[in-house]
Design a protein around this ligand. Sequence first.
Ligand SMILES: NC(=O)C1=CN([C@@H]2O[C@H](COP(=O)(O)OP(=O)(O)OC[C@H]3O[C@@H](n4cnc5c(N)ncnc54)[C@H](O)[C@@H]3O)[C@@H](O)[C@H]2O)[C@@H](O)CC1
Ligand SMILES: Nc1ncnc2c1ncn2[C@@H]1O[C@H](COP(=O)(O)OP(=O)(O)O)[C@@H](O)[C@H]1O
Ligand SMILES: [K+]
Length: 505
Amino acid sequence: MKIFSAAQIREADQYTIQHEPISSADLMERAAGKCAEWIEDHFSPTQPVYIFCGKGNNGGDGLVISRLLQEHGYTVHTCIIQHSPNASADHTLKLQQLREAFPANITEIGDLSDFPGLPDNAIIVDALFGTGMSRPVEGWLAGVIHRINDLRSQHTVIAIDLPSGMIADTSSNHFAVVKAHYTLSFEFYKLAFLLPENAALSGEVHILPIGLSPDYILHTPTRYHLTDRQIIRTIYKPRDPFSHKGTYGHALLIAGSYGKMGAAVLSARACIRAGVGLLSCHLPKCGYEIMQISEPCAMCIPDKDTYFNTHFHTGLADARYKVIGIGPGIDTQPETARSFEQLLHSWQQPMVIDADALNLLAKNPKLLQLVPKNSILTPHPKEFERLFGPAPNDVERLALLSKEAVSRHLYILLKGRYTAMACPDGSIYFNPTGNPGMATGGSGDVLTGILTGLLAQGYTSKEALILGVWLHGYAGDIAAAEHSQEAMTAGDIITGLGQAFKEGI
Ligand SMILES: NC(=O)C1=CN([C@@H]2O[C@H](COP(=O)(O)OP(=O)(O)OC[C@H]3O[C@@H](n4cnc5c(N)ncnc54)[C@H](O)[C@@H]3O)[C@@H](O)[C@H]2O)[C@@H](O)CC1
Ligand SMILES: Nc1ncnc2c1ncn2[C@@H]1O[C@H](COP(=O)(O)OP(=O)(O)O)[C@@H](O)[C@H]1O
Ligand SMILES: [K+]
């Protein structure tokens, strides 16, 4: 699914109005109708509804919702916030229609002292501002937002299109923003919903289709995308009935150290479950028996060193590996760093680089220059900061992520609720699958194994990244459904992979 900027959303709106064609007032009727329907499906008419409307088109939506809910027997109080002497044309029209149909319970709020007292069990609908926001809300208007937020523990807050005060496509960190329980947004996810800094603001987001022009959506390029099944289906390649294990590549996984062999085992198991043809694991001697016993499908290459991987740069040419995955549990010993440097001098194919291998790159920035083009780097936010430095907010962190991916010709993901995947072509994909049950040691090692396994099978770096992160999260969701978010383990994510392949594509 494409994620458009506020300006593009306005364009989509205008394009639909001209080409469907439909009047802007009718489009507003359609959008607000979807919201009213959603509210009717989820809340009973016995609950009083308080709708706070701004004077732009977001407020216009609120006015239509008010009329439609009253037509269906709800008691609605409509509060119009007088933040400006002028109202949009559609706001003016919809206010007139509301006054004609239901003249009672319409109040104007010109100051915080006009804010109504709310009865128990009320629903607050926030229709103050939507995609028209471009600067922070200040003064008594910010006070209205704070007042709504003070009431959220006793009442349900439903934001229309965006929680008011939030800017659709840039950072609103530290601004006054409504904290909604639900956000009913039109047609598209907004970038703002995917940012960790906004986690407490949008609540449950529901995207309501309002019939914006499919032509416009198809032909308008955008930088941001949210992975969905449609994208996944274009990537996934079913296996050829005449294929053999050579078809699916030989991967080398460099992982583990004394006390961290679990990371290597998890990664190896995930790589195998992701469908690799053959897997060899380069391990410190102490890990040899552990791996042989834990995962009989993996072959093992013991290092010269008992506790750490220190000589994995040798013998690469003979084995004709398709891909190398490196990092889970390898520690950051100087001998490991030296071997990594030599490996980077001799290996030119894409690699998957994770965990301590990322920390080695952060410690030795000259190594970063040697990373083969089209490699996949998988930092969590702390590892990202060690590698590329801090950013003042999430939107600037995304810009930094993309800049590094483009200038170095690498695929770099930034892990989190909506893992962001930056590509060398400048695009950024967000992944919606996964859950907080995956915030547990070993989940990242599983991802490294999956990505390595997919690259080995011939998926391009971009395909492996988007598909791998999707499957990882999907398998995590299956694990959480089976075991709960608390009790699930990284191993359960691997177990869930089978069902993820069967049901998630
Ligand atoms: N995009 C679409 O396809 C559709 C959009 N509709 C609605 O239209 C909304 C956009 O409407 P508008 O463009 O009128 O914008 P908004 O209603 O979001 O905001 C514009 C109003 O807010 C005021 N304003 C903006 N920033 C302010 C600030 N920092 N402090 C104080 N006042 C501020 C402006 O003066 C103006 O009165 C969407 O969010 C959505 O709710 C729907 O009605 C129809 C379909
Ligand atoms: N709240 C969450 N929602 C979705 N995915 C999550 C969440 N928390 C963690 N994850 C996923 O779990 C993985 C954790 O990786 P990482 O922090 O590297 O773990 P480890 O180093 O312990 O293996 C990442 O892929 C991340 O996106
Ligand atoms: K709103």
